[in-house]
Design a protein around this ligand. Structure first.
Ligand SMILES: *Cc1c(COP(=O)(O)O)cnc(C)c1O
Length: 416
């Protein structure tokens, strides 16, 4: 079986992506074995008791499964983190991340430019549990201005979906930590640490959808929450209440990761299936190749679209005129991602004509996907929030795949 401790530490991203958590030894698979199991057996009462003490020990597969564990080890390596819990979707990761530090009466400050599901979580679901959120512009000043006594978490997306906002992670970390809060970054568009490793810039929690670039082929759903070792929970009541029996005392440096697994997998049951974990782990093996090519194609398309007479505003953080270009250039040296938006005169006619481009509400597929966010992904978001997220009635969002650049340009040209 896989022993994460056997994996030598500092590999380059591309090496870690294919080598981490692969078993060694005679007859072992080159790749992850899929453990299709709901439960694991014990030889004795004492063994069972011992495993049950360990949250995430191998007892019942809602808590932990060797295939899922191997994926978690790989995600930790790629994000430069200490521990990861994999869950069933990006939404499940968002919920796990927020509930790991917030409870009724607590407050979240988030950058407003967000994936629609995250806006929904912050404004519709968490208030049901007494957790409120303030959504503001993603600059450090705006975030600082929204901080309250009860703020436990600051949230932002690394390359926001779809506006392409790029937060200054170190500056947001300073704001959060100055208030005793933690910083969580949704790194879905940061390519599982390939384009950006938020923990290395000072973030405390990396939450992401593994459905997008990790899976990479539009074939599987998943999410993950990764933490490092430098977070300070001394001002987070969930961890400090209870004196000697507090979570922080009992679990020490593992408290945050322990609670995330306990919440997301063990208690709420948003467990990732082993077959899904296998597909995602396999997707991660080619992520670096895909994302570097997709980023280069996205930049070329953004420049070409910007010069096109029938195209309105083009938004891509790799373009010098993007509001967050300086943050992008500094924090995303390998490329500014595969997502761009552009305005077309008639979105309905444009989408009816595309042939290479596929209309689908996903990101990170090997195929180039387009969508009209106003009527789909952001259709249920209030209008003002849609504009704050960079979505107008004529916006097209494109997630660039690995196809040939000239074929993509020809398809867009005829559709325009
Ligand atoms: C898609 C997405 C999510 C949600 O992930 P699912 O796997 O669809 O649940 C969260 N954040 C961002 C930035 C996303 O793009």
């Amino acid at each position: 079986m896989t022993d994460p401790a056997h994996d030598p530490a500092p590999w380059a991203y591309e090496t870690a992506a294919v080598q981490t958590a692969i078993p060694r030894g005679l007859g072992e698979t080159i790749g992850f074995p899929i453990h299709a199991a709901a439960a694991f057996q014990f030889d004795t009462l004492e063994e069972a008791q011992e495993e049950f003490q360990v949250n995430g020990g191998l007892s019942y597969a809602r808590l932990q499964n060797p295939t899922v564990r191997a994926l978690e080890t790989r995600v930790s390596a790629l994000e430069g983190g200490a521990a990861t819990v994999a869950v069933a979707s990006g939404q499940a990761a968002t919920l796990t991340s927020i509930l790991s530090v917030c409870r009724a009466g607590d407050h979240v400050v988030s950058a407003a430019s967000l994936f629609g599901g995250t806006t929904g979580m912050l404004t519709n679901i968490l208030p049901l549990m007494g957790i409120t959120a303030t959504l503001v512009d993603g600059t450090p000043d705006a975030i600082r201005g929204a901080m309250r006594e009860t703020t436990r978490l600051v949230w932002a997306e690394m390359i926001s979906n779809p506006a392409g906002d790029v937060p200054d992670i170190a500056a947001l970390a300073d704001v959060a930590h100055g208030h005793g809060a933690l910083l969580a970054i949704d790194n879905t568009c940061g390519g599982v640490g390939y384009l950006c490793r938020p923990l290395e810039h000072g973030a405390d929690i990396v939450s992401q959808s593994l459905t997008k670039w990790a899976g990479g082929h539009g074939s599987v759903m998943g999410g993950s929450v990764t933490v490092g070792t430098r977070h300070d929970l001394s001002r987070t009541p969930i961890y400090t209440d209870g004196g000697e029996q507090s979570l922080l005392r009992v679990r020490g440096e593992h408290a945050l990761a322990w609670r995330q697994r306990w919440l997301g997998a063990h208690q709420i049951g948003m467990t990732l299936a082993p077959h899904s974990a296998f597909l995602i782990a396999q997707g991660l093996e080619t992520l670096a190749l895909r994302v570097s090519r997709e980023s280069a194609t996205a930049l070329a398309l953004a420049q070409w679209l910007q010069a096109h007479p029938r195209v309105g505003k083009v938004s891509y953080p790799g373009l010098p005129d993007h509001r967050f270009h300086a943050n992008a250039a500094r924090q995303l040296p390998r490329g500014q991602g595969a997502v761009l938006t552009f305005e077309v005169p008639d979105p309905s006619a444009f989408l009816a004509r595309v042939r290479v481009l596929r209309i689908a509400p996903n990101l990170g597929d090997v195929r180039t996907l387009v969508v009209h966010p106003w009527t789909t992904t952001h259709g249920r978001v209030p209008e003002a929030a849609r504009h704050a997220a960079g979505v107008t009635p004529t916006t097209i969002r494109m997630s660039v795949g690995v196809e040939d650049l000239a074929d993509l340009q020809a398809d867009i040209e005829q559709a325009l």
